[in-house]
Design a protein around this ligand. Structure first.
Ligand code: ADP
Ligand code: MG
Length: 530
């Protein structure tokens, strides 16, 4: 009896357990469904090093030369040729590593990465697989929209030095491929990030900041359209709280827009695929800018065996600091990391912070100044020559007016005909209310046409000076009030907009020359005292 009771109760227990498990499963699968997708992005960026010659040869390193004119015997992989490490490339790599707040390895090593490709005559690329130049850095970057600014940090996994390949040019019509080896052996810095980005906007904001940094330290010109900065984006999606998903890699993105669009498309594609019961394949894709979609690469890679091996013709690369350099007898080919650190100029974020503090400018305005090459120098030159001018007014006028006029005329700030001294004088006229804001815009246009005439002379010649004389303005206001008794009574009933109507009428009566601020004050006083 006791035994059968025990059996029954164990049976009930089993039932309960099963019910509970079914319930738990249902709950967790419905949780899974309702949990939002999260996308994850990590970047691998190839930045061509801005040096006169290539990484391991003396051949010229310049974009756009006639095909196959910048190729040394080593670049063409002639037997018996040997690599000679370009010290300038290493110094650029170290400067970049320091700018990205990385730890520079005192010893790094070169490896051969083998693969067969027509524009890689050696059959292998010299890279740094085992021990890269630098590791563990970070970069702060800004995400901004109309209303907000958010500062984020991306972690840099490593920076390695490697060779670029040549270029294959495909002639679709004649169905032939031609090889240009000019790019073969150009020094590259491969900058690898942790999977720290959440979407395309995020990743592209980082690339923009990286571009600014590399351009500031002049280690890469970052002309994405010329291929000197190329981005590979690794993208995956997963449910919140779950492990990272399987990633695809979209190769060779060559504009900031493409980075953003390719990632957004890929995230959407992966989510749709998974929601429809599919699986994401670990594959290499490219971005078709005609249709704004990622597509599998034709030569779909099977897991390639690169047969990595140490590069036998290059010794380990030793770097020094101010302490260890003392032990070296010949300083000729020595690179001292501390010396390079001294050469690190203020980075874009340093400049933003300084401008904010020094001139009490808003973050948003500072960001525009720093984003547009040459604007910070122009702004600071104006401030240096006219120290009493309002910095806020100068930066506003540069951002809201000068940039527009330059754009209309397809000019860069470097070609701006308006000298900084004259620009400062124009802002002084605006600041002291000798001219109105709208007049100052007209004066700026005139200054572009006649850069040799001082803004004050333009204002005098055109008779554009603002009327700030209170007696004259009072007369104008009284006349308007006499002519519009109905507007006065409407104003009295508490409708403030009639004050603006009256002021506008007075401005028109003054031929648009009345100082609107003083005019409004006078009009208000007159109305309240009537
Ligand atoms: P591999 O050795 O195949 O190149 P890595 O581990 O070096 O792979 O990673 C390459 C890039 O892919 C890095 O930028 C890294 O941040 C990114 N990455 C790795 N895993 C993921 C993932 N699950 N989702 C998105 N990006 C990833
Ligand atoms: Mg890798």
């Amino acid at each position: 009896m006791a035994a059968s009771m025990q059996k029954i109760s164990s049976h009930i227990c089993q039932l309960c357990k099963r019910r509970y498990l079914t319930f738990k499963h249902k709950r967790s699968s419905s949780n899974l469904k309702s949990k939002p997708w999260k996308s994850v992005v990590g970047l691998e960026i190839h930045a061509q090093i801005n040096t006169e010659s290539k990484l391991f040869s003396g051949a010229e390193n310049k974009f756009g030369g006639p095909t196959n004119t910048q190729v040394s015997l080593f670049d063409a992989a002639f037997p018996g040729t040997l690599p000679v490490l370009n010290k300038g490339c290493v110094e650029a790599g170290v400067l970049t590593a320091l700018a990205l707040r990385c730890t520079v390895n005192k010893v790094s090593k070169f490896d051969r990465k083998h693969y067969f490709y027509a524009d890689l005559p050696a059959g292998y690329q010299i890279t740094q697989q085992r021990q890269p130049l630098a590791v563990k850095g970070h970069v702060d970057y800004c995400i901004s929209d109309k209303n907000s600014f958010e500062t984020k940090t991306a972690n840099i996994t490593q920076i390695q030095l490697e060779q670029d390949s040549g270029k294959s040019l495909h002639d679709e019509k004649d169905r032939i491929s031609l090889i240009d080896l000019n790019r073969c052996g150009t020094g590259l810095m491969e900058i690898v990030t942790e999977p720290d980005f959440s979407d395309g906007t995020d990743a592209s904001a980082f690339v923009k900041e990286l571009q600014k940094i590399l351009q500031t330290i002049k280690t890469c010109d970052c002309k994405m359209e010329e291929g000197s900065l190329r981005v590979d984006a690794n993208i995956s999606v997963h449910k919140l709280g779950e492990p990272l998903g399987i990633r695809t890699e979209v190769k060779n993105l060559n504009s900031i827009k493409s980075v953003s669009k390719a990632i957004s498309f890929e995230v959407k594609r992966q989510i749709e695929l998974l929601e429809n019961g599919g699986i994401v394949e670990n594959e290499t894709r490219s971005f078709d800018t005609e249709i704004d979609e990622t597509v599998p690469m034709r030569d779909k890679e099977v897991k390639t065996d690169y047969r990595f091996m140490p590069e036998p013709n290059l010794p380990p690369l030793h770097l020094f600091d101010s302490e260890s350099v003392k032990t070296v007898s010949s300083k000729m080919s020595v690179i001292n990391i501390d010396d390079i650190q001294q050469k690190l100029p203020p980075l874009p974020e340093d400049t933003r912070k300084r401008l904010e503090q020094q001139y009490s400018l808003k973050r948003r305005d500072v960001a525009v100044l720093v984003d547009n090459s040459g604007l910070v120098d122009y702004f600071e030159d104006v401030m240096r020559l006219s120290p009493t001018t309002s910095a806020k007014l100068v930066s506003n006028f540069i951002i809201n007016q000068l940039l527009g006029v330059l754009n209309d005329r397809k000019l860069t700030i470097y070609k701006c005909p308006v000298k900084t001294e004259d620009f400062g004088k124009l802002i002084d006229l605006l600041h002291t209310e000798e001219i109105s804001y709208s007049t100052s815009c007209k004066v700026l246009d005139e200054m572009f046409e006649h850069p040799n005439i001082a803004p004050k002379d333009i204002v005098d010649q055109k008779d554009w000076r603002q009327i700030s004389d209170t007696q004259i303005l009072t007369n104008i206001c009284e006349k308007v009030l006499e002519e519009h008794p109905k507007l006065i009574s409407k104003y009295r009933k508490g409708k403030l907009k009639y004050l603006h109507t009256l002021v506008n009428k007075a401005v028109i009566d003054s031929n648009n020359k009345a100082n609107p601020r003083i005019l409004k004050q006078i009009m208000e006083d007159l109305l309240d005292n009537k």
